[in-house]
Design a protein around this ligand. Structure first.
Ligand code: NAI
Length: 227
């Protein structure tokens, strides 16, 4: 594996799929895999796969395929999964509680070490063993504990205020579930924001279940115009 070049976002977005697939292969004691095999499992073309993986150095060998463990390890490094990430969750409502109860994050090295809220009925309680503290203590806690990532599940109109506080901390990434757009001004310049919109995924699903009908309609229209 040679030096890592700047890789496009499209490739980065496919990496978790490679990572999961290689993890499954490892579990099944598969030592090597060809781009054709990966193509059958993942549904990308073999040439796409070779191109994607070429970004990270020379893993494949003609006639041998890829060494599964080596590729898995390298991708985990690229995704930063070989280090433990400390996270806090801000807003312990419906969505926040669901995320805090999901233990898989920890399995992958993303550890929610504290939850912050303003609701006195929640402060002092625990979710999935993680304590809920007052948001007033958030700035101090994050800096004291070198937290990397903040998960934002507060109401939209509270987001700006929370981000203002976060920008005074050592937080490096915000996983933003709120509909609020987080603008990166001078203060928050070095904070990376990743937005999650479940509704986008639902729209895609909607498009896909309507796709056939859409094709039919287009065909009918064409027949009308060109009988
Ligand atoms: P919720 O009202 O159940 O929970 C919000 C929590 O934030 C409450 O516990 C509240 O006490 C707390 N809170 C309010 N101000 C705060 C502050 N300044 N600091 C810390 N905590 C504070 O709301 P729900 O349903 O859990 O939604 C949370 C957010 O997630 C909303 O912005 C909602 O629009 C968004 N959402 C996003 C989805 C997505 O796909 N990205 C899906 C569902 C909700």
């Amino acid at each position: 594996p040679g030096e890592i070049k700047k890789v496009s976002m499209a490739v980065i977005k496919r990496l978790p799929k490679y990572y999961k697939c290689l993890g499954n292969l490892l579990k099944n004691n598969v030592e090597r895999v060809s781009s054709q095999d990966l193509s059958k499992i993942l549904g990308f073309t073999a040439s796409q796969i070779r191109q994607d993986l070429n970004n990270f150095g020379e893993f494949g060998q003609q006639g041998y395929g890829y060494n599964v463990l080596q590729l898995y390890t390298e991708i985990s490094k690229i995704l930063g999964l070989n280090t433990l990430h400390k996270m806090v969750l801000v807003g312990a409502g419906n969505l926040g509680q669901a995320l805090a109860n999901y233990s898989e994050f920890r399995t992958h090295g993303f550890d929610i070490i504290a939850i912050f809220d303003t609701n006195p009925n929640l402060i002092g309680r625990k979710i999935n063993n993680t304590p809920i503290y007052s948001v007033e203590d958030m700035e101090y806690f994050i800096n004291e504990n070198d937290v990397d990532i903040a998960i934002l599940t507060v109401p939209k109109d509270k987001t700006e205020k929370v981000v203002e506080v976060l920008s005074k901390t050592c937080i490096r990434g915000i996983w933003n579930f709120t509909p609020a757009e987080i603008t990166t001004d001078d203060d928050t310049d070095d904070i990376i924001v990743e937005n999650v919109h479940l509704i986008d995924s639902l729209f895609t699903l909607s498009y896909r279940i309507n796709e056939d009908k859409l094709q039919e309609r287009l065909l009918k229209q064409k027949r009308k115009i060109f009988p």
